[in-house]
Design a protein. Structure first.
Length: 177
């Protein structure tokens, strides 16, 4: 079986782009967190959700990782697609994120992502263990996508979308919750 090439999501690149935008606009990290959160101001007002912490943003640089849901806040603010932050090569898919008004928040449909992954995996066929080796993760990280309610690591989400040959935007939608 031919291995499918997948590029790594650049969490450091996401942080650098966010920091450059922050500096250009003379914002503090609290200011960035507020702007990210205010993208969904009407939804937040209705839901009384817990806002994004500035530490969540600055920790991206030290952890070199970001959750797929937090990445969407940042990508939306930057006006970038997830594919624009893949490192180590080029990807032909440059699909923009779906539009979202202030009464919506962009969310990953992890159930749909899992379904597409499982369908592709079984069509080859591959075991979860063999697929995990290809995607540089554990089998439980892949099977856990099915049960994930809120988030997973953005790097893994992007390896999955590339492996199944679909843009991330196919699994992202404007949600009212």
């Amino acid at each position: 079986m031919e291995r499918r090439a997948v590029l790594e999501f650049d969490a450091q690149g996401l942080f650098a782009a966010m920091d450059a935008q922050r500096r250009e606009r003379a914002l503090t990290w609290q200011g960035v967190a507020t702007e990210l959160w205010d993208q969904s101001a009407a939804l937040n007002h209705r839901r009384h959700d817990h806002p994004i912490s500035p530490a969540t943003l600055t920790n991206i640089a030290t952890r070199d990782a970001v959750s797929c849901q937090h990445a969407l806040f940042i990508l939306r603010w930057l006006g970038k697609s997830p594919e624009s932050l893949l490192k180590g090569g080029t990807v032909n898919v440059r699909t923009a994120l779906p539009a979202a008004l202030s009464d919506r928040r962009l969310r990953w449909d992890l159930s749909a992502l899992y379904g597409a992954l499982d369908e592709c995996r079984t069509s080859i066929p591959l075991t979860w263990t063999a697929l995990a080796d290809e995607l540089r993760c554990t089998p439980s990280q892949l099977t856990g996508i099915r049960r994930a309610r809120f988030s997973m690591d953005m790097a893994l989400a992007m390896r999955v979308t590339q492996w199944i040959g679909r843009p991330a935007a196919d699994f992202i939608y404007p949600s009212d919750w």
